[in-house]
Write a protein that binds this ligand. Structure first.
Ligand code: ADP
Length: 271
């Protein structure tokens, strides 16, 4: 009879352990979800591969943890079958989660296969603004556009170039999130820069660029944001350079930062 008190105590210890492990796994999952949402904004095919390992590792780790727990529940004298069954049920759920991540990534990668055509950059910007309407409102941001009437067409991938623009705008919005006591202004400009280039700029009046940090902005995983990943600008630069262009940042005279990119115009385009 006395023997039973030992497994009971072990049971409650194990239960405690399981609860804290589960809580940790849940928190990690929510964080991953938020990161994925942020990443898909700017994700290209090659970068997707990097995130797959990370995304799938978490459910795999949870499966191992629950497998260990299950073995322990079964090893008790007498075995606790209810708890063992719960652990197996969680393993099944984690397995399903892993396959959902893969499915989502597959769907994404289909969308990001580059497809180049002649594009009017002003049109892309208009589409972006329509998409961002509520985000701008919510953050009390006043957007001004100065879209050159004579901007030539560029030859590029619509989705990728939209991802770059979206990333620059979202960074501008985020940079202004702490601005108080002055208006939050975002300026988007397009112009014909030289005889054969189209230039786009996104200027905000947010926290601005620290001279020391400026050197690192475009490096992968450089971020100053608590929830940031630091992939946006590095992916954006990769995209622009793959289009034969250039992307750079400069401080503005008073507050904020200006991000600009230049792209070669499409051959034979003089729209
Ligand atoms: P993330 O947004 O995840 O941090 P990014 O690569 O898009 O990744 O940006 C890297 C870093 O560059 C940001 O963390 C921030 O420090 C800086 N940055 C980007 N855009 C701006 C901006 N408009 N104003 C000030 N700093 C910026």
């Amino acid at each position: 009879r006395d023997l039973h008190s030992f497994p009971t105590r072990r049971s409650s210890d194990l239960l405690q352990l399981e609860i804290s492990e589960r809580k940790r796994a849940e928190e990690a999952f929510h964080k991953t979800q938020a990161e994925l949402a942020h990443l898909t904004r700017v994700m290209t095919m090659s970068e997707l591969a990097t995130s797959i390992a990370h995304e799938v590792n978490q459910p795999l780790a949870a499966i191992v943890t629950n497998g260990d727990a299950c073995v322990r529940w079964l090893g008790l004298e007498p075995p606790n079958l209810d708890r063992a069954r719960d652990s197996v049920a969680r393993m099944i759920n984690e397995g399903k989660r892993a396959s959902e991540v893969i499915k989502r990534i597959r769907a994404l990668s289909k969308k990001t296969t580059p497809h180049k055509s002649a594009l009017q950059i002003n049109e892309l910007i208009h589409e972006m603004i329509a998409l961002l309407g509520t985000e701008l409102l919510k953050n009390k941001i006043r957007l001004t556009t100065q879209l050159g009437p004579d901007v030539p067409l560029v030859f590029g991938d619509r989705v990728q170039l939209q991802q770059v623009i979206l990333n620059l705008v979202v960074n501008g919005i985020e940079a202004m999130s702490e601005v108080q006591g002055r208006s939050r202004e975002l300026l988007m400009r397009t112009e014909k820069a030289s005889s054969d280039r189209v230039q786009v700029s996104v200027q905000d009046c947010g926290c601005g660029l620290d001279a020391e940090q400026s050197e690192h902005l475009f490096e992968a995983f450089f971020t100053t944001k608590p929830g940031g990943i630091g992939m946006g600008l590095s992916i954006s630069r990769t995209i622009i350079e793959a289009h034969g262009g250039r992307l750079w940042a400069s401080p503005t005279s008073d507050y904020g930062a200006k991000f600009q990119f230049a792209l070669p115009m499409a051959e034979g385009s003089e729209s």
